[in-house]
Design a protein around this ligand. Structure first.
Ligand code: UDP
Ligand code: MN
Length: 310
């Protein structure tokens, strides 16, 4: 006897960030498209949790009502105010910003880019797990497949993340790699069998799709150490790591130093499409980073790349 997913004791929580938008923002279209895409492909009852500012909330409400009307489906959602969220995260943001933001006070220094690190404090304590999604995604297959990945987590994993599909971390590790023999920053290659952590090369992580085990995270003392200033300082100094991509820089460092905390999802769960690095010094090896031979569940139109829908 298999209990059906509708009756089991787990929620299908989808978290989205929808802020700083206007009616004409492309983000508004991406948001509306993603919600209707998810309602169409999902075989499980999703609960949406949407982080908004006041103006974005008004726009979101209107777009959600349009989706409900046009698909004639029901939609369960809750809004969370981005200011309240930032307050709950301010310690984390203060620690991370000097290391992983392009310039403090600019776009990437916002609390927004670290929300996944403290979402366990924002989510109601009854919520055991959630998936944080970017708005620039398109699901080719059922999102239940993504939730199924929680069942494959090793016991120590707090996060599930798919690889970054560009050489950005090869670039960032340039100085470190000159002096150290490491597979970190290398592209993932099935043929090279070497010993150690990430023996097949390790491209780092992308944070467009983040699976989070809130329950384990809330109980983890190790996690609190990991996000301390001392830990970030040690890791960034060791790898001479100066990032600019927020939370995913932190996850990539965890992947080097504490791989037990992260479950690596295959690239089909976050098939990024941005080719910016191909034209910025890596035309020869870009294809090795970019290739993804797994079945595609999620397409990610990052750096504003148009998503081909077929
Ligand atoms: N986002 C937002 N307002 C903004 C920019 C970004 O709410 O002005 C959120 C939105 O959920 C978006 C995510 O932050 O999907 C990450 O940004 P984006 O997907 O554009 O970054 P990329 O994947 O291209 O690095
Ligand atoms: Mn994105």
């Amino acid at each position: 006897f298999e209990p059906s997913k509708e009756h089991s004791n787990v929620d299908y929580n989808v978290w989205l960030i929808f802020t700083k938008v206007t009616n004409k923002s492309t983000l508004t279209f991406k948001f509306q498209n993603l919600i209707s895409n998810l309602l169409n492909v999902s075989t499980v009852p999703l609960k949406f949790h949407i982080i908004v500012d006041e103006k974005s909330k008004t726009i979101a409400k209107y777009k959600l009502s349009e989706v409900v009307y046009s698909l004639n489906k029901s939609l369960v959602y809750t809004f969370y105010n981005v200011q309240d969220c930032s307050t709950k995260l301010s310690d984390i943001v203060n620690v991370m910003t000097p290391f992983f933001s392009s310039r403090p006070g600019t776009y990437f220094s916002d609390a927004l880019f670290y929300i996944s690190l403290g979402l366990y404090r924002i989510a109601p304590s009854s919520q055991k797990r959630g998936i944080l999604l970017d708005c620039d995604l398109y699901f080719k297959k059922d999102i239940a497949l993504l939730f199924d990945e929680f069942d494959r987590f090793k016991p120590t994993a707090l996060y599930g993340l798919a690889p970054e599909l560009t050489p950005v971390y090869r670039h960032i590790l340039h100085m470190y790699k000159l002096k150290h023999n490491t597979t970190f920053g290398d592209y993932y290659c099935d043929n090279s069998i070497t010993e150690g952590i990430h023996p097949h090369g390790f491209q780092g992580y992308n944070s467009g799709v983040v699976l989070i085990d809130f329950e384990k995270q809330r109980e983890s003392k190790q996690y609190l150490q990991m996000i301390s200033r001392e830990s970030i300082k040690n890791m960034t100094e060791k790898y001479r790591f100066r990032g600019h991509l927020g939370d995913q820089d932190f996850y990539t460092l965890l992947g080097y130093e504490h791989p037990d905390l992260i479950q690596t999802l295959n690239c089909g769960f976050n098939r990024q499409l941005c080719t910016w690095w191909k034209d910025h010094g890596y035309s020869d090896i870009f294809k090795h980073y970019f290739q993804c031979n797994h079945s595609i569940v999620v397409l990610h139109g990052n750096c504003n790349t148009r998503i081909p829908k077929n």
